[in-house]
Design a protein around this ligand. Structure first.
Ligand code: ADP
Length: 335
């Protein structure tokens, strides 16, 4: 990590890779929170750590920003061993979002978002401009919200401010610990959707901890499934994990309805029967070509049809049928 690059605000830059090499944490009372854990987190991807409560997810996450010191192992960010860096200074370059956000109650939203830039010595004009830019990015109009205090926002809005604050100094890495679990399910779905759009813009390297498999499948580019003691059971993109869990422990965890979840991460193009040249317009349901098999099935069920017309750039390019959906071989399911 190059400090100059980190200090620069502005458009998205390259993100960092994270290498966890045989890291572990044993507490003084003998509890082995994490035995021996290795993982390669790809630059610009969102990697999810998932597993039952107490399996060591938060411990692994907090070792990356050194809120917890590993008992052994190495942690490299873009090839540099972060265990050799000053932890306080390191944390200014790693965004961290937690469940109840931890905004400063007596500071307004703009000041909260500018926390890390101020610590990095940015002047107030630049810090405020950056805070407003980030508020805009997370969907909170600065003219309306910048001067408010945290208690004047909803839970979902506070969570967005937490994300804006974590991104303010343009960190190369973002760590998120159950970031959406404190908000109600409807707000959570919306936040997840917005967050995916945000990530498509900023393309950070993100490590996100959750115990919710639906959230993992929805958000993750890759999912690491953990068992007690931080044991890595499987590390794969969502569609592969759902289609080919490589142990019964993983398939049990992923759940019985994984077939449905798999539909939600499989592009519908895989089941599309291309339109014959000059095919007549069908009057039935349509679905966008960028959608998933789940979208196609939902459109059919909503209008009690047996097929749905696939539309791309305003043109009908093919159909997906109830049969073709279920003919996509599991192994082909790719995100
Ligand atoms: P998760 O995030 O997967 O729920 P954690 O990483 O928080 O799990 O905890 C992993 C294990 O480490 C748990 O068994 C927990 O009880 C234990 N643990 C956490 N902090 C301490 C501590 N200070 N002393 C002893 N054991 C701890």
């Amino acid at each position: 990590m190059d400090a100059t690059a980190i200090n620069e605000s502005g458009p998205a830059r390259s993100a960092a890779s994270i290498t966890l090499e045989d890291i572990g944490k044993t507490y003084p009372d003998g509890t082995v929170a994490v035995g021996d854990f290795s993982l390669e987190v790809h630059a610009g991807e969102l990697t999810v750590l998932i597993g039952p409560s107490g399996c060591g997810k938060s411990t692994i996450l907090r070792m990356i920003n050194r809120l917890i010191e590993p008992t052994h192992g190495r942690i490299l960010i873009d090839g540099q061993n972060i265990l050799e860096r000053n932890p306080v200074e390191l944390r200014r370059h790693i965004g961290y979002v937690i469940q109840n956000v931890g905004l400063f109650p007596h500071q307004n939203i703009r000041t909260n978002v500018g926390t890390v830039p101020r610590l990095l010595g940015w002047d107030s004009k630049r810090t405020n401009a950056r805070a407003d830019e980030l508020l805009e990015l997370v969907g909170l109009d600065p003219a309306r919200y910048a001067k408010r205090y945290p208690h004047e926002l909803s839970g979902g809005q506070r969570q967005r401010v937490g994300v804006a604050r974590a991104l303010a100094a343009d960190p190369l890495v973002l760590l998120m610990d159950e970031p959406f679990s404190a908000v109600d399910p409807i707000a959570r779905g919306r936040l997840q959707e917005e967050f995916l759009r945000l990530q498509a813009t900023v393309r950070k390297t993100i490590v996100l901890v959750t115990h919710d498999i639906d959230e993992a499948v929805r958000l993750g580019d890759r999912i690491a499934v953990l068992a007690e003691g931080g044991k890595l059971l499987q590390y794969a993109p969502p569609a592969e994990l759902l289609a080919k869990p490589d142990s019964t422990a993983v398939s049990d965890f992923v759940g019985a309805d994984r077939g449905i979840r798999r539909l939600a991460v499989t592009p519908l193009r895989q089941a599309m029967i291309p339109a014959a040249p000059g095919a007549a317009e069908a009057g039935g349901p349509t679905v966008d070509a960028e959608g998933t098999l789940y979208d196609a099935l939902a459109a059919m069920l909503a209008s009690d049809a047996t097929e749905v017309v696939v539309v791309e750039d305003g043109k009908n390019v093919g159909v997906v049928t109830r049969t073709s959906i279920f003919e996509v071989p599991e192994a082909e399911a790719k995100v």
